[in-house]
Design a protein around this ligand. Structure first.
Ligand code: BG6
Length: 491
């Protein structure tokens, strides 16, 4: 699939129109990100932000909502009273019941004819079709308009296709920005530089020099107030289908011919299409689902998933997934990719661990150990890259111990790091599609994930319990131990 060159930055005034403007995502992420973009002069001079909501609010009531629900999420060091007031001055509020076509006339009245319109759909995906139909019906979609789609983009392949098809009737692919906020993270973008800006790893970045790859996205938070959504979704749909597979793509892709959006996305698509579909036996053997029970995280007692508000007492939703994936291509033949994510784990920690192959033959005696050279790319909370080497322990004899070459990116670059949403919003405004998922990528990710979800259903696979504050069920360690490997914290 190709996407024609996007219409880049526009010299038109910007109307940013946010559906779900009074929702949780807007309050916590989008509005603070827009404030930061405004503070740093990254919004076009003549920007208006039109928040759309169902509530019968005046503009002033919406601004009070922002004061109460968004301002606390702005980094306090960046809060400047004057800048905040100027930011508020950009806003309008329009009440729309998204299903009521007549309501859109209010948006038509508020939007400027000559503006570059960005529609941010921060609503439930079931509403995307209706919103797009109504936007077209009232003449607001033109060749300059862009639409931003928030995840979850479907709950299976069919629903993802349906969303893509209906949005695609109104917007050509080059005007569609599918957000995966992990692609906006500084460190995730830096992964591309590590791989494609440094010659040193290139020749080693393949089988047989790499023995295995681990990708962990560990969270300490529980489900919080999102049980209504999360219980229908689970960690596989919420995290693996998008964030973890996107990380896997960046680790595993071939060098793109350029940084053009399609050049990059073509390579990611090839990785997704090379993921070996799992058989039922592999689903049973190579995947682990978990659900947290009461425990303690960072010394604080926390409830189990089933005791959280609005979680059904017999819920089977998984809050943890570990799995072993295999990429069927020349570069990665027989290199297992271990993916793991979960809530209520001991630490907030996202990292990629590349385990290099063992020496073909060692003349230096070493004790039993599970790894040799290992590259650890920490994405969050710290940004660092460590290369674990083996060195001689001082003293008599030749005893080898692992030591780290350590690159602390926070120390190396002390400048401000924009949050993922800020960076991605600026990309949308400037018409840069590279860090957004293309339609075929999204569908390829679902095509691999869906049979696993179906397999779990067929196997009647209830999630295994794990105590909050641990790294998931024991079966997750066993998944690697079986191959004489270990997750980074166990090695
Ligand atoms: C979201 C998921 O996409 O990512 C959440 O819906 C998860 O469940 C969040 O907590 C994690 O993002 P981050 O940026 O905090 O790692």
């Amino acid at each position: 699939m190709t996407t024609q060159a996007p219409s880049a930055a526009s010299d038109r005034p910007l109307d940013m129109i946010i559906f779900g403007g009074a929702g949780d995502l807007s309050a916590r992420k989008l509005l603070p990100a827009l404030y930061m973009a405004h503070l740093h002069g990254n919004l076009p001079a003549d920007t208006r932000i039109i928040a759309i909501g169902r509530r019968d609010w005046t503009r002033e009531q919406y601004l009070s909502f922002m004061e109460e629900h968004s301002r606390p999420f702005v980094d306090s060091k960046a809060l400047d009273a004057l800048a905040w007031d100027r930011f508020l001055a950009l806003f309008d509020y329009v009440r729309i019941d998204v299903g009521a076509q007549g309501d859109y006339s209010r948006l038509c009245a508020a939007a400027r004819r000559s503006a570059q319109r960005v529609f941010y759909l921060a609503t439930s995906p079931e509403l995307f079709t209706t919103i797009c139909d109504n936007l077209t019906a009232c003449g607001l979609v033109d060749e300059h308009a862009r639409v931003v789609l928030e995840k979850p983009l479907g709950h299976d392949l069919e629903s993802a296709r349906a969303i893509n098809a209906s949005v695609g009737q109104h917007f050509p692919e080059q005007q569609i920005y599918r957000i995966d906020h992990y692609l906006g993270k500084e460190t995730v973008q830096n992964l591309m530089v590590l791989r494609f800006g440094n010659a040193i790893f290139g020749p080693l970045w393949q089988a047989p020099y790499i023995k295995s790859v681990q990708i962990t996205v560990a969270e300490t938070v529980g489900v919080g107030s999102r049980a209504g959504f999360y219980d229908q979704t689970g960690a596989m749909r919420d995290m693996v289908q998008n964030h973890l597979l996107q990380l896997l793509c960046i680790v595993a892709m071939e060098p793109p011919v350029s940084l053009d959006p399609d050049a990059v996305r073509d390579e990611k698509l090839k990785v997704l299409r090379s993921l070996r579909p799992m058989t039922m036996a592999e689903i049973a053997r190579d995947t682990v689902r978990g659900q947290y029970t009461a425990g303690a995280v960072a010394g604080e007692p926390v409830k189990g998933y089933l005791e959280e508000d609005n979680v059904p007492a017999d819920s089977h939703a998984e809050t943890f997934v570990a799995l072993r994936a295999q990429i069927n291509n020349w570069r990665w033949a027989n290199v297992p990719f271990f993916l793991r994510t979960g809530k209520r784990l001991p630490k907030r920690r996202s990292e990629i661990v590349i385990d290099f192959a063992d020496l073909p033959f060692s003349i230096i005696p070493s004790g039993p150990r599970k790894y040799g050279n290992r590259l650890v790319i920490q994405l969050q909370p710290e940004e660092s890259i460590q290369l674990q080497m083996l060195a001689k322990e001082p003293g008599s004899g030749l005893h080898m111990l692992p030591v780290n070459l350590n690159l602390d990116l926070q120390q190396a670059f002390t400048g401000r790091r924009a949050e993922a949403y800020e960076r991605l919003l600026i990309d949308v405004i400037r018409g840069r599609l590279t860090h957004f998922m293309r339609r075929d990528e999204l569908e390829a990710a679902w095509a691999w994930v869906e049979p696993i979800l179906n397999g779990w259903k067929e196997l009647g696979d209830r999630p295994r319990s794990y105590t909050a504050g641990t790294y998931g069920p024991a079966a997750s360690s066993a998944l690697m131990a079986r191959e004489n490997m270990a997750w980074a914290e166990e090695a």
